[in-house]
Design a protein around this ligand. Structure first.
Ligand SMILES: [Zn+2]
Length: 307
């Protein structure tokens, strides 16, 4: 069974109609979900509490977001991520919902999808790239520190490099990291090069595969198969997937040219892999995607693969 986080609370994570990260993308997905007739369970959004936010974020940063949320204007970073009234609660619902799905998947045999999750650019002490709280990083620390899992696999197929997860866990051997993205020389955040394979004890536990602008489904498959072979070599107890839809052709922010077939391929393969490696425990997070039609198509393939 698949649980999908769904509710007005998640639509509140929206920077307004003039900003690429606005509610129309999530609305398009929920509409497609209703029209598809796919059967799933609704997971009602829950807020992360302070203790949960502090599993990853610094207290000063959490306070800064709280104040910016009360003030309701200005930026949370250098100019990509605006503050709005209630941004703290909205971001806490995103983080709490990913964490809630993770806890549910630990308890019962099911999979989870938080379409608003996957805010992979937020660092422990700062916002970035439309991301306020890094829900995958909070979930990873929960699994490692609270549940004492030995290792967690994090797979990221968003067009942008998952820098917030990569750099914060670069030297942690318990985080098996695989990320396909558009070459950092041509896209924000400008990182995720082939030579970035982890550091210290984490060396060899990370795989970054940058693709050039124009890369299509065939290129994706070659890169993804390299990642699958890498993941096969490691043991882990939980699998997280950030399935950003901004790599599909026609996204306004990127220059990759996948179709939703890439999402189908990735999600099906990872469901199989999770079955082999970690008792099927898998939670997916939506990530980016700024063409609402593409977002709906890509995530519906993820839903069909996990349902
Ligand atoms: Zn992205």
């Amino acid at each position: 069974m698949l649980y999908i986080a769904r509710g007005e609370e998640l639509l509140r994570y929206s920077f307004g109609g003039g900003h690429p990260m606005n509610r129309s993308r999530l609305e398009a997905f929920y509409r497609a979900l209703d029209e598809s007739g796919v059967s799933y369970n609704v997971f009602k959004p829950v807020m992360a509490n302070l203790e949960e936010l502090l599993l990853f974020h610094d207290e000063d940063y959490v306070k800064f977001v709280q104040l910016a949320s009360q003030r309701g204007y200005g930026y949370l970073d250098y100019g990509d991520t605006p503050a709005f009234p209630g941004v703290f609660d909205a971001a806490s619902y995103v983080a709490g919902s990913t964490l809630g799905l993770v806890k549910l998947v630990l308890r019962e045999e099911c999979r989870g999808f938080n379409p608003m999750g996957g805010l992979h650019h937020a660092m422990s002490s700062k916002a970035g790239g439309f991301c306020v709280f890094n829900d995958p990083a909070i979930a990873i620390n929960y699994l490692l520190e609270k549940e004492r899992l030995r290792a967690v696999a994090y797979v990221d197929i968003d067009a942008h490099h998952g820098d917030g997860v990569y750099y914060e866990f670069e030297d942690d051997p318990r985080v098996i990291f695989f990320d396909i993205h558009q070459d950092g020389r041509t896209l924000y955040p400008g990182t995720g090069f082939k030579y970035e394979i982890g550091r210290g004890a984490g060396r060899g536990k990370k795989l970054n595969v940058p693709l050039p602008p124009g890369a299509d489904d065939a290129d994706f498959k070659v890169a993804f198969d390299e990642g699958l072979a890498f993941l096969e070599q490691h043991d882990f107890d939980f699998l997280l997937l950030q399935c950003g839809a901004d790599g599909l052709m026609g996204d306004p922010l990127t220059r990759l040219e996948y179709s939703e077939a890439s999402h189908r391929y990735a999600a099906s393969a990872l469901r199989r892999l999770a079955g082999e490696k970690c008792g099927g425990r898998l939670v997916a997070m939506g990530g980016g995607g700024y063409n609402p039609g593409n977002v709906a198509r890509a995530w519906m393939e993820v839903v069909r693969a996990l349902a």
